[in-house]
Design a protein around this ligand. Sequence first.
Ligand code: IPD
Ligand code: CA
Ligand code: CA
Length: 269
Amino acid sequence: MIDHELHALEGIKETAIRMALHCGKLQLESFRSNNIGIDTKSNVYDVVTKVDKACEDYLLAEISRLYPTHSVIGEETGQHLHADSEWAWVVDPLDGTNSYSQGLPVFCVSIGVTFKGECVVGVVYAPYLDELYTAIKGEGAWYGTADNAKANRLHVSTKHSLQECVVASGFPYDKATHPINNIREASIIIPQVRGFRRMGSAAYDLCCTAMGTIDAYWEYNLNLWDVCAGQLIVSEAGGLVVPLCENRKISIIAGPENLVQLLKEVLAS
Ligand code: IPD
Ligand code: CA
Ligand code: CA
């Protein structure tokens, strides 16, 4: 990458980090309070809070103030497209809302910035844990905290067999009605791995996969805002993110190449 392009991406990343930290502050202000304003969306399993909306409103306002020509795709307010812009910010203002609404600590904000459709900057911040994950395309992926964003470089797992692995996945909100609900797949995988985790945040699952604290991850029926930043963070940590099936929105397997291949074989069995 040429220097001035990298400089521009560094600037975007710093802005995205600042926005993510602010969302984290908003999330913590109401966490475990009786003032989160919980509501449901597609069905009773799919929840949203006032905090999801407040974070997205803040992100939209801040992006359009600083980058008025850039498009924004947000989970809560949809697409705000600028026809001639090559840039888009893909934001999940609060990933892991179900856990958040229960007072469970794994939730985060996810900000991916795409150029000509390809994610070039990814930032995920989990405020309760004070864990910050960032990547710029071609420049590696990093783990840190609000005070020290680049504490450590991320690398995916180096394990070789599924028996040694702790893997993560999730279950779609239409699990009660859709035949591809991951229950058959989970029941095949769980006996073959050392551990299975359902952490409730796809963005955080991907960051853990980038760090190797989760060896590999798969999930069906995700949306772009769930995975945009996390996918870049995984690939910049030396991992692979591959499609799992064509007809269930975004369905992916992520991890080091060898484990992705092993999971793929087991999931297809
Ligand atoms: C959800 C989380 C969850 C995944 C769901 C997502 P939300 O996002 O990432 O882990 O299983 O598919 O929709 O609703 O908390 O932003
Ligand atoms: Ca989400
Ligand atoms: Ca969300």
